[in-house]
Design a protein around this ligand. Structure first.
Ligand SMILES: [Zn+2]
Length: 335
């Protein structure tokens, strides 16, 4: 976490060189698409700016780095819709690790970064005096600062306490108030080339392929998220379907659990699953004999075609699962 991602080397060299020369902007706008590593970069840069023994990157060992790791560094803050927290070097989950300094009222809508949160942040960085005076605040996402919040912030951007760095992270920089955007030095993030993205991705998910990366528009962190969510969804579906075939799960309820929004994804997954199950059945195992599995595959293929022709997705799912349940029941009677 103290180093930038492999495809961010150039940006890193630029930003850290400016920092060492004392020319890094007080307000940086880290802009770019989702899943290319803006937050990861922001955390590595915060660690670098605060580190007591840096050399190229933050050391990861000093008192400052240790406090940052657990989110209780007094001069590293994270301002978001969820409140003002200590910035923590957590890879996923933005808020749960850092110390809470200010929280919005529990019944508030949390659509924006609240003005009270901005005020509290300004008080805190005005008081901060530890650690060579560097102070870092990350705004995530910066485009959720509302007009009042931006107005409260402008004076701090114009005349920041010494050593202050405001890191504004945004997927939608055009949604930032112009008064704020025009005062920021912009760092542009983009997706790496496919080979670099795939290398990083496969080091974490060996089964990931170029198709997955393309589905994520080339953004490796997004692809990683997709891989994780797909895997847990596939596991749920396999459990449901096995339940139906073992007559432990009622088919209409199973169809409702899958839901019409996921009908297309489910059918695609089902065909793959049936193919695997058919192989098992041909080898003498499986929950249904091969002819029954063939029939289910035909019905699933047909359902896919009808889904493209605007058929009711929930009814298609129900019909398929009712068929599977009926086959399983007949199978049980026969054996
Ligand atoms: Zn350090």
């Amino acid at each position: 976490m103290t180093q930038p991602l492999p495809w961010q080397k150039d940006l890193w060299l630029d930003a850290t060189a400016l920092a060492l020369q004392g020319r890094l902007g007080h307000a940086l706008l880290l802009a770019g698409p989702a899943g290319v590593g803006k937050r990861s970069f922001a955390r590595a840069l915060a660690a670098f700016l605060l580190c007591e023994a840096r050399s190229g990157y933050a050391c990861g060992q000093c008192r400052s780095c240790q406090q940052l790791a657990v989110g209780n560094h007094p001069n590293a803050l994270l301002l978001s819709r969820e409140g003002l927290h200590g910035l923590a070097m957590t890879e996923s989950g933005r808020h749960e690790q850092g110390l809470a300094h200010w929280l919005p009222k529990p019944d508030s809508a949390k659509r924006d970064i609240a003005t009270d949160g901005v005020r509290r942040m300004i008080e805190m960085i005005a008081l901060a005096t530890h650690y060579q005076g560097a102070r870092v605040v990350m705004f995530d996402p910066a485009d959720s600062l509302n007009e009042n919040s931006v107005n409260s912030l402008l004076k701090t951007i114009e005349e920041p306490p010494p050593g202050t760095h405001l890191l504004l992270v945004s997927e939608r920089p055009q949604a930032l108030k112009a008064t704020l955007r025009s005062r920021c030095q912009r760092l542009r993030f983009s997706a790496p080339d496919e080979a670099a993205g795939l290398e990083w991705l496969q080091a974490r998910k060996p089964q990931a392929d170029a198709a997955l990366l393309r589905e994520a528009c080339g953004a490796p962190l997004r692809a990683l998220e997709l891989a994780d969510s797909d895997r847990s969804r596939s596991r749920d579906w396999a459990e449901l379907l096995t339940g139906v075939l073992q007559l432990k799960q009622e088919p209409i309820a199973a169809a409702q659990r899958i839901g019409k929004d996921d009908a297309a994804a489910f059918l695609a997954w089902l065909l793959g699953w049936l193919t695997g199950t058919l192989k098992q059945a041909l080898a003498g195992g499986g929950l249904l004999p091969p002819p029954e599995l063939h029939r289910l595959m035909q019905e699933a293929t047909d359902a896919r075609r009808r889904l493209e022709g605007n058929a009711n997705p929930q009814m298609l799912l129900e019909a398929l699962l009712v068929l599977a349940s009926r086959q399983a029941r007949a199978q049980r009677r026969a054996t």
